[in-house]
Ligand binder design. Structure first.
Ligand code: ADP
Ligand code: MG
Length: 921
């Protein structure tokens, strides 16, 4: 979704021309602020409401379903208006942001009384204090606790030779994470789908680019920005400015292009936060090739973090997520989005999990501790931009204590692996004295917002206690006064109440009103308001008390807010330690959660190395297994081995130096037998292994997979809403062009979206190409049984089938994958199970019998015999093939000139030609 609008550079706003003398001073102010923030909805603070005017009001009232009213006139026309109460504004903001809108929040910057004091016509000073955009949120109410909220900046460096480079920088200001990387345009789609940003900024030029523009415009909340934001010449300076350093060298190593994207991101954050700078971690650089590349179609198809219908439930993430904290859940999602390609780093993660698999008591204790640990990184981020509340400070307090508790427990582990040692180091850092200070300062019950007051513990500061006593004493005086007034007037039900409009007032029911309004009581009670059932009064005495209470109350609140600021500043000085501890919590949560998963669901530690092995014994599908378990059904485990075949297959090819090339398994079998499940489970096992998790198998050995591809034939691909054969072919083309020996390719019924022979031919040629050119490890499921004949000619192609039993004309699915091939699809039996009418089933059977009589298998065998093995271009040997024997003969004959030959030369030439013929045995 794209909302075409721009975030303005600060002030120097154009004066709206029509803001002429006719408009009220307030409208003039409104129009000026509105003009300075084009494209954003303006929340204009008026008392207890944010009001929206003109077109904004129309948009918001439609989006939020709130009433559209009018307020005054502008150039003779009614001004449409709608408003949301400040107290509930988060909820409304959330809905507008979710719809892709951006909002400028404009506050009153002074007390209305101060404006009145300046003169009759003076307007309250107002200013925009923040731009609320999808990628720059910090509020818990606006964020999903379990997912990161990334703002992504995309910059491009043009190369004359075409190979443009893309720089990416993404920031989650709610957790301070800041990451940069660089990639080629070809990898952009995979990188974007891995980052999964909530808001994107790009240059105008990139946005309008004919090649990349369409991809970018599909992203959520994309804003094209002017070139200056992406100016590489000023990038370093802007970054230094943000981090308040003289050079970025000490903070982070970045390419110029990465720095450009990074600078654009911080500039945008600066603009949206209007002067407040949330602290960010120095940009960490993700080197190219350190993560497994998974393109968007594969991600969607494997349902990694969401199902095809867009839900978390039913995804791999949902199935493996046993974390107990939101930060842990976010980290797990991050890891799942970016499996590693460094076997050392993977082993370190696995070591941490293994430690908690081995020690269940430690695992349970740590998880109990973690459950009580709040989301410190988000609390910190809110405090840093002045949007935090007392509960955020309490969160830090509890977090520090939880870190101490976790540390104590971890110290009892024997021989902790390096990842856990790093966690322990981070937990040692935050000062416990800081937590004790927070504990001393904060009351037991805390309000959500600081302005409600009452969050500082009694006895923490003498001046505050004094102000509170005064306020409370005055409240007692009011209570006494009520009793006295009731007595004096003889009205038992007389009450002294308080509201924001009248302040303190005396209230009696209507029937007693007359008594108070008649002499002598009317000398004391001054009538203020008559309601349907009640009449309200004030007295001079009450007015005095009210002022006292207000003063004491204001003073108490003022002191509390001062204390809050002090605590906040304390937290900020420790923010780096706190963030490190927060990250350590997340790592610990993920390690213990994956350990729990491994124990509960019987996963094993995979052996991951740099070979091209792919050997799974007793593999299971993590999601299907859980679903079956809920129904009390067993999952049938299956082995899969795509490792390079030991010599003599493949025969070493001269000069190539490539000994390894993976196997391709061609899986045939009836509908519903479990082909797709088998294919996916192996891809998921590879992903789990490379995020450093245990895997659902009896044993797994995996040589690092650099890229994972997964495609589903058009007919299965309904959820994507554009399940055309064309899409399928585009995706297949990507695989055939890009998969390398290190890749893992999953093809599920490719070629199904077209006529049978078309599809069969494409599948046939694709397999040959995968075998000869890509040489990757691959799984290929198909209903084209003709393809199984290929294994006779392709040495690394193996046929496997999913076993079924036929019983009294029905099929029984055994879900067992075995060597061999299926001779039929049992489609008609499945159709019968599905309840197709009996006559249709009978007719289908007879048609099938006729078709089978024509024996398509015959054709296949004939095709295999003239398999053009050497016509498939091999990637390494791209040079033209040497001329064949026939071509050599033709050449030799063409070179002869009989007229110029002696009989003897002619005879010799004849012998020479004869020698060129292939030897016959
Ligand atoms: P196919 O692709 O061969 O048509 P699927 O992979 O879609 O079949 O599997 C169909 C159903 O069979 C799955 O939804 C699942 O419930 C069940 N199934 C598949 N594989 C297994 C297995 N290994 N063990 C138990 N049930 C399985
Ligand atoms: Mg299938």
């Amino acid at each position: 979704m794209t909302i075409q609008q721009s975030i303005p550079a600060p002030p120097d706003a154009a004066q709206p021309a029509e803001a002429a003398a006719r408009v009220t001073p307030m409208m003039e102010q409104y129009l000026e602020i509105k003009a300075a923030n084009p494209g954003l909805l303006l929340f204009y603070r008026m008392g207890d409401f944010y009001e929206l005017f003109f077109e904004d009001a129309e948009i918001a009232s439609r989006a939020l379903g709130i009433m559209l009213t009018k307020r005054g006139k502008h150039q003779g026309m009614d001004i449409p208006m709608c408003g949301v109460p400040v107290e509930r504004s988060d909820d409304y903001l959330h809905r507008l942001i979710a719809l892709g809108h951006r909002v400028a929040v404009c506050e009153q910057m002074e007390d209305p009384a101060a404006a009145r004091a300046r003169g009759n016509k003076s307007v309250v000073r107002r200013d925009v204090v923040r731009l609320v955009t999808p990628g720059t949120l910090t509020e818990d109410t606006l964020l999903d606790a379990r997912t990161n909220n990334y703002l992504l900046a995309i910059a491009r460096a043009r190369a004359s030779s075409g190979g443009d480079r893309i720089g990416l920088a993404w920031i989650d200001i709610s957790t301070s994470e800041f990451i940069v990387t660089e990639c080629g345009t070809g990898e952009l789609a995979a990188t974007l789908s891995r980052i999964n940003p909530n808001e994107v900024i790009v240059t105008d030029a990139l946005y309008g680019d004919p090649d990349l523009g369409p991809l970018l415009r599909e992203l959520p909340a994309v804003t094209p920005l002017t070139r200056d934001v992406f100016d590489s010449a000023t990038a370093e300076r802007r970054l230094c400015d943000y981090f308040a350093v003289a050079t970025m060298d000490g903070l982070s190593a970045m390419s110029r292009l990465e720095a450009t994207a990074a600078a654009a991101a911080v500039t945008y954050i600066d603009r949206t936060q209007v002067g407040k700078r949330p602290p960010l971690s120095p940009p960490s650089r993700e080197a190219a090739g350190t993560t497994m590349a998974i393109d968007p179609a594969t991600r969607a198809n494997l349902e990694l973090t969401r199902t095809l219908s867009g839900e978390r439930r039913g995804s791999l993430l949902d199935a493996i997520d046993r974390t107990v904290t939101p930060a842990g859940s976010r980290l797990l999602a991050q890891r799942l989005a970016a499996p590693l390609t460094d076997s050392g780093a993977i082993a370190r993660r696995l070591d941490a999990i293994a430690a908690f698999v081995a020690d269940s008591a430690a695992r349970d204790d740590i998880r109990t501790t973690l459950r009580a640990a709040p989301d410190m990184s988000r609390a910190l981020a809110r405090l840093s931009v002045g949007r935090g509340g007392p509960r955020d400070i309490a969160g830090l307090r509890d977090g520090i204590f939880a870190a101490a508790a976790a540390l104590a427990r971890l110290q009892r582990l024997d021989d902790p692996p390096p990842e856990i040692i790093a966690v322990m180091d981070a937990m040692r850092c935050p000062s416990r004295e800081l937590a004790r200070e927070f504990e001393r300062a904060l009351a037991d019950q805390l309000p959500l917002i600081k302005r409600d007051g009452g969050f500082v513990r009694e006895g923490y500061e003498a001046a505050l206690d004094e102000a509170r006593n005064l306020r409370d004493a005055s409240r007692l005086v009011v209570a006494a006064m009520q009793a006295r007034y009731a007595d004096e007037t003889g009205v038992k039900g007389l009450k002294i109440r308080h509201n924001n409009v009248l302040g303190y007032f005396v209230e009696v029911t209507a029937q007693h009103g007359d008594r108070l309004m008649a002499p002598p009581l009317n000398a004391i009670f001054i009538h203020r308001q008559t309601l349907a059932g009640q009449i309200r009064f004030t007295t001079a005495e009450l007015g005095e008390i009210e002022a006292k209470i207000a003063n004491a109350g204001d003073r108490a609140l003022g002191l509390e807010l001062e204390i809050f600021e002090r605590l906040c500043a304390l937290a900020m000085t420790a923010s780096e330690d706190l963030r490190a501890a927060a990250h350590a919590f997340a790592m610990l949560d993920v390690a213990t959660a994956l350990a729990k998963l491994a124990v509960d669901d019987n996963y094993v530690r995979p052996e991951v190395d740099t070979s091209l092995t792919f050997a799974i014994e007793g593999g299971r599908h993590p999601v299907v297994e859980q679903a079956l378990k809920r129904d009390g059904q067993p999952f049938i485990a299956n082995a899969c081995d795509l490792s390079p075949v030991p010599p003599p297959y493949p025969p070493p090819q001269a000069g190539e130096g490539r000994v390894g090339a993976g196997q391709i398994w061609l899986i045939t079998g009836p509908n519903m037998a479990g082909k797709s499940t088998f294919l996916r489970q192996n891809a998921l096992i590879a992903i789990l292994a490379q995020i450093g998790s245990f895997v659902p198998a009896a044993r797994a050995r995996i040589g690092i997979v650099d890229r994972l591809f997964s495609r589903v034939g058009a007919a299965d691909d309904l959820a994507r809403g554009r399940s055309t054969f064309m899409v399928e072919m585009v995706e297949t083309a990507i695989i055939l062009n890009q998969a390398s020996e290190r890749s893992l390719v999953i093809l599920d019924e490719i070629g199904r979206g077209t006529a049978t022979f078309d599809g069969l031919s494409i599948a046939w040629a694709a397999i040959e190409h995968l075998h000869e050119s890509n040489r990757c490890r691959a799984l290929f499921a198909t209903h084209y049984h003709e393809l199984t004949a290929l294994s006779a000619k392709l040495p690394r192609l193996f046929n496997a089938t999913v076993r079924v039993k036929e019983w009294q004309g029905d099929v029984v699915f055994l879900h067992e994958v075995l060597p061999g091939s299926a001779d039929r699809s049992y489609g008609i039996q499945v159709a019968r199970l599905a309840g197709l009418p009996a006559p249709v089933i009978a007719r289908a059977k007879s048609v099938l019998a006729k078709l089978e009589a024509q024996d398509r298998g015959q054709t296949a065998r004939a095709l295999v015999d003239d398999l053009p093995l050497f016509a498939v271009p091999s990637r390494a040997a791209a040079e033209p093939a040497p001329p064949s024997e026939a071509e050599q003969l033709i050449e030799a004959v063409a070179a002869l000139h009989p007229d110029e030959m002696s009989p003897r030369e002619a005879l010799e030439a004849l012998y020479a030609l004869k020698a060129k013929l292939p030897k016959t045995p």
